[in-house]
Write a protein that binds this ligand. Structure first.
Ligand SMILES: NC(=O)c1ccc[n+]([C@@H]2O[C@H](COP(=O)([O-])OP(=O)(O)OC[C@H]3O[C@@H](n4cnc5c(N)ncnc54)[C@H](OP(=O)(O)O)[C@@H]3O)[C@@H](O)[C@H]2O)c1
Length: 165
């Protein structure tokens, strides 16, 4: 991190998740020195309004991925499988929201506020679970710690469009 904050990249910035990530970065006053929006070549050059500034969407390339502290990733699993390791190799810590890295043995699966300590020994990529699981864990973890849960039966109803990613 430079003295004036983290250099942050949002991979999938034009998507449903990326748009929300950008809004959260602004609303929570994340200490970013710079925020760079990445999406596909289809969106490269498009302008996004962010916190009173204009972000010009960048395409992913060996040149454009250099020099980041943190990457917040939601470009779909296939794109993340290729580009998250490249960002990590270039020195960034990638927090990935896709399903691709969730069961990878070298990638900690972290729910903020539940098992933060698992992120300590990451190797450049940190995954998070499906959104349904993640939200449930926040409520169930304290109950589990207090009394021990043996079994939890749940049904969730997911968007069919999510199966393609
Ligand atoms: N962990 C969670 O809680 C959670 C919750 C919901 C979704 N997700 C996951 O988040 C991911 C995104 O979901 P979404 O609903 O935001 O999808 P979406 O609206 O379709 O957005 C996809 C984003 O990825 C970009 N993209 C697509 N192909 C690309 C490429 N070849 N190179 C670079 N960028 C590319 C798109 O850019 P263009 O606009 O240029 O096409 C867009 O910004 C999925 O993997 C989904 O499973 C996670």
């Amino acid at each position: 991190m430079a003295g004036d904050g983290y250099r942050v990249g949002v991979m999938g910035a034009t998507g449903a998740v990326g748009t929300t990530i950008l809004a959260a970065l602004h609303d929570r006053g994340f200490p970013a020195s710079e925020v760079v929006a990445f999406a596909s070549v289809r969106s490269a050059g498009k302008e996004l309004e962010w916190g009173g500034r204009t972000l010009t969407v960048q395409r992913l390339s060996d040149e454009s991925i250099q020099g980041f502290d943190v990457i917040l990733s939601s470009p779909g699993g296939q794109v993340s499988s290729e580009w998250s390791p490249r960002f990590a190799a270039a020195g960034a810590t990638v927090v990935d929201n896709t399903s691709f890295w969730r069961m990878h043995e070298d990638v900690p699966l972290v729910v903020a506020g539940v098992n933060d300590e698992a992120a300590e020994h990451h190797k450049g990529i940190v995954a998070n679970p499906n959104c349904t699981t993640m939200v449930m864990m926040m409520a169930l973890a304290p109950i589990h710690r207090a009394v021990g849960l043996e079994r939890f039966v749940v049904s969730s109803y997911q968007a069919v469009s999510g199966t393609v990613q």
